[in-house]
Write a protein that binds this ligand. Structure first.
Ligand SMILES: [Zn+2]
Ligand SMILES: [Zn+2]
Length: 625
């Protein structure tokens, strides 16, 4: 007897269990006894302390209220102010999902309203926040997760069986192989192996490359897609998740661990990748059915939630402060054998939008860290100074009757900039429209769906619903070429448009039409890579030829560059992050940076801590224990 059968033995005689199954690392029992469904706290507590797993008792079908009646009851119980939008029943899970604008009011004081729903309907209630801005992406992600309940149930049970309850004691070795993102930025992926487990940390693409160099080295002999236990994705940027759907196309069918916002942002960015490829006449690396497959296999974890993911590995995500939902992954291997932290991309500083990365792990022996700005040029201007300069340019240009044009990435930077504009828009002089063009609106909607993941300040504003900074009256979405032309013709305004490096997207139209006017200002708020139109303009070219237009456009407008908005840590912030870990690691691997940044950071950390640090290449394998 092992696993869930053993756990079942702890249930009382009257539990009347119809079915018991795993749900990833959780144990779930369906009871035919109403009383036991409603009162099982002591039993559950006992089981949790024995097995160190979450345990849930759900209603078997015979004790649930008829679906129609259950919905009616819910509508009666939930107060109108909660903004209940939809009720989804998931019979395979015995769950009733309540989608509402204000989840807090559905939950009630210390869960009292939920408790009432549970008692009156005998379904297991679950609450989902409806974003303040309608989002097709959020709807789509939830639909994919909810629609095929039978598949999900089997999948989660299957994942759980792979994890099992008893821990085996094998040969105690751990090794890591860099498949991509070592001494480079792009196609991040690390293969982590023990006697028991094969784990992939991130699986990104290098969008600036074509052919084989675009993908991590997924064809190494030690990586067998069929034997892969889990994929962990730290955040939704394509250099970390761009190749995940590709794994499914080639036979992987295991779990993808992410935070909830990362799951949704991944859909947005991966769909966009396919879209851009199609528009540029290139072959997309996968299609939307592979993305759907990936989403069906996601298991979401909150920050600080601990989950067994294989027989000898336990995963915890910590906030990485980089973009919405970004996480550093902490892996506890064996029982106290070794702790690994893989940072993904981190920002160890407060921004308007997010809280700083959280280095408060339990323990860390091996640290695999990003090094983007770990080199000599890794200092950044202070955030406060950047904010001030940014606002000054806005004020001056608008007062002089010009337009401010800001090329921006859709995810993260755009929302940070929106928050700064919202602050400026509270001032008396500001009576101007702010236009958002490209994917920015969808990305912003996603931010309003997950306020728990944002900075305390913004969170508070979104929770009280009255002064949600993303919903300011002067913020407008631009959705068509006609609307774009209106914006170009009309008076002073702020225009935020993709793409961030002027490589394509609506920003091109704005520049073609507005760059000639010297009253206007073009403001760069992000890094401009070499060989991009953004860099060409930034370096002072007086005329620029945009793709699909033979006539060069004179660059008469003011051009400003504001540094200090980076979503990555400066060199100092990286060093502070390491200093603030709970203990001194034994080993540090520097990656996600070019040769010089990874070497520099590695050597600085070696001098600072007197420990084993290195900057391995792709395909190097290191033994961690
Ligand atoms: Zn990133
Ligand atoms: Zn990255």
């Amino acid at each position: 007897m092992s696993g869930i059968e053993e756990a079942k033995e702890l249930l009382p005689q009257n539990a009347m269990i119809q079915e018991s199954c795993y749900e990833a690392s959780d144990l779930v029992f369906y009871t035919k006894n109403k009383e036991f469904f409603l009162n099982n706290e002591d039993t559950v507590k006992k089981m949790v302390s024995k097995f160190k797993k979450r345990v849930e008792i759900r209603p078997a079908s015979n004790i649930r209220l008829d679906p129609g009646k259950a919905k009616k009851k819910v509508k009666k119980i939930v107060p109108d102010e909660a903004g209940l939008k939809d009720i989804v029943l998931k019979p395979s899970f015995g769950k009733i999902v309540l989608q509402a604008k204000k989840p807090g009011l559905v939950i009630g004081k210390s869960g009292s309203t939920l408790e009432k729903i549970k008692k009156k309907t005998r379904w297991m209630p679950e609450v989902e926040r409806v974003p303040a801005i309608d989002s097709k992406i959020v709807d789509k992600a939830r639909e994919i997760i909810h629609e095929d309940s039978e598949f999900r149930k089997d999948f989660l049970d299957h994942v759980g069986k792979n994890i099992r309850l008893e821990k085996s004691i094998g040969d105690e070795w751990i090794r890591a192989t860099g498949l991509g993102g070592f001494r480079q930025v792009g196609r991040s992926s690390v293969l982590l192996q023990t006697e028991e487990s094969n784990i992939l940390l991130d699986c990104g693409i290098d969008a600036s490359k074509t052919g084989k160099e675009r993908y991590p080295h997924l064809d190494v002999p030690e990586l067998d897609f069929k034997a892969l236990d889990a994929v962990i994705v730290t955040h939704a940027h394509l250099d970390h998740c761009g190749a995940v759907p590709y794994l499914f196309e080639y036979g992987y069918d295991g779990p993808v661990y992410v935070t909830e916002p990362t799951r949704d942002l991944m859909i947005l960015l991966q769909l966009d990748l396919i879209d851009v490829a199609r528009r540029e006449g290139e072959k997309a690396p996968y299609d939307s059915s592979d993305i759907k497959d990936e989403i069906k296999h996601t298991i979401t974890l909150d920050y600080d939630e601990v989950a067994d993911i294989t027989q000898d590995m336990r995963l915890t995500f910590k906030n990485a402060g980089h973009i919405l939902g970004s996480a550093a992954a902490h892996l506890h291997v064996g029982e106290g054998l070794h702790n690994i932290v893989y940072t993904g991309d981190i920002k160890y500083d407060k921004t308007e939008l997010l809280r700083p990365a959280d280095p408060k792990f339990n323990r860390v022996e091996t640290l695999v860290m990003e090094s983007t700005y770990g080199g000599d040029n890794g200092d950044m201007p202070k955030k406060k100074k950047a904010n001030k300069k940014f606002k000054k340019h806005i004020r001056k240009t608008l007062k002089d009757g010009g337009k401010v044009i800001i090329p921006s990435f859709a995810v993260g930077r755009a929302q940070e900039i929106m928050l700064l504009i919202a602050q400026e828009a509270e001032k008396d002089y500001f009576d101007f429209p702010v236009y958002l063009d490209g994917m920015i609106w969808d990305a912003t909607a996603l931010h309003t769906a997950y306020p728990e993941y944002l900075s305390k300040k913004v969170q508070k504003k979104i929770f009280n619903q009255k002064d949600n900074p993303f919903l300011r009256e002067n913020f407008h979405r631009v959705g068509s070429q006609d609307e774009r032309e209106d914006v170009i013709r009309d008076g002073p305004a702020v225009i935020l448009a993709t793409s961030g490096m002027v490589t394509g997207g609506p920003i091109i139209s704005y520049l073609e039409n507005l760059a000639e006017d010297e009253d206007n200002t073009l403001m760069f708020v992000g890094y401009q890579a070499s060989n991009t139109k953004g860099r060409e303009i930034q370096s002072g070219r007086s005329k620029v030829t945009f793709p699909g237009n033979n006539k060069p456009t004179p660059m008469n407008l003011n051009i400003a560059t504001i540094e200090g908005f980076s979503a990555h840590s400066s060199r100092n912030q990286l060093l502070n992050y390491v200093s603030n870990l709970p203990n001194k690691p034994k080993k540090i691997l520097c990656q996600h940076g070019d040769n010089s940044s990874t070497f520099k950071l590695s050597s600085t950390l070696h001098k600072m801590l007197d420990i084993d640090t290195s900057a391995p290449q792709n395909l190097e394998t290191l033994r961690l224990h």
